[in-house]
Write a protein that binds this ligand. Structure first.
Ligand SMILES: Cc1cc2nc3c(=O)[nH]c(=O)nc-3n(C[C@H](O)[C@H](O)[C@H](O)COP(=O)(O)O)c2cc1C
Length: 184
């Protein structure tokens, strides 16, 4: 089993990348030790800002297919969404929009755990709600979701793990759902 994880952010210090990485490691270490985990960085998929004019003139950048290929090669997805003004970051939306020009079923039927994190009390729950609610339209099987508010307190950045016990337990429960689906 190949698990693909990423933070939907282009921040070099992304808390969502940290959370997605942690979730993938928990899944590997505690639930499915024989799986392979791969964490990608959205900065490796930076493309021009989507525009229909650019597309007509130059076509779709190769990185959009590379992003789709990563999803296609995986068996499951763990994505943690950063929230900018209530919605996706421009960085994620740009990769997603380009990819959707090649394949509207961006998630290619993969089971997906959707996470979100923010430094504040909202936990980026608006963007998580948007991502979870639209998953089916882009051919993802949403099997779990978790919002992590107050990230600075809930997550030990040095250790790279959730230290809030309730959230840690919820994360394991969502990941168990993913395992159940993969073994079904
Ligand atoms: C332009 C901008 C808008 C933001 N809007 C929100 C928001 O609507 N809700 C929220 O919870 N946090 C918001 N934040 C704070 C982000 O949650 C915070 O920067 C977080 O670290 C982003 O995740 P990342 O580190 O994975 O990129 C915003 C930050 C920026 C720079």
């Amino acid at each position: 089993m190949n698990i693909l994880a990423f933070g939907a952010s282009n921040s070099k210090t992304s808390i969502n990348k940290a959370l997605a990485t942690h979730a993938a490691e928990v899944f590997h270490d505690e639930l499915m030790p024989d799986c392979n985990i791969e964490v990608i960085d959205l900065n490796d998929y930076e493309m021009p800002l989507y525009s229909i004019d650019y597309e007509q003139e130059h076509g779709v950048p190769k990185l959009a297919q590379a992003f789709l290929d990563k999803i296609g090669e995986s068996d499951a997805l763990i994505i943690s969404y950063a929230e900018h003004n209530g919605h996706y970051t421009v960085a994620y939306k740009n990769v997603f929009d380009w990819a959707s020009r090649l394949n509207g079923k961006v998630f290619q039927g993969k089971p997906k755990v959707a996470l979100s994190a923010s430094p504040g009390k909202g936990g980026a729950s608006s963007v998580l709600s948007a991502a979870a609610g639209s998953a089916v339209f882009f051919d993802a099987k949403l099997v779990g979701q978790l919002s992590v508010p107050n990230f600075g307190d809930a997550f030990d950045t040095d250790e790279g793990k959730l230290v809030d016990e309730d959230l840690a337990a919820e994360l394991r429960s969502e990941l168990q759902s993913l395992k159940d689906v993969l073994e079904d």
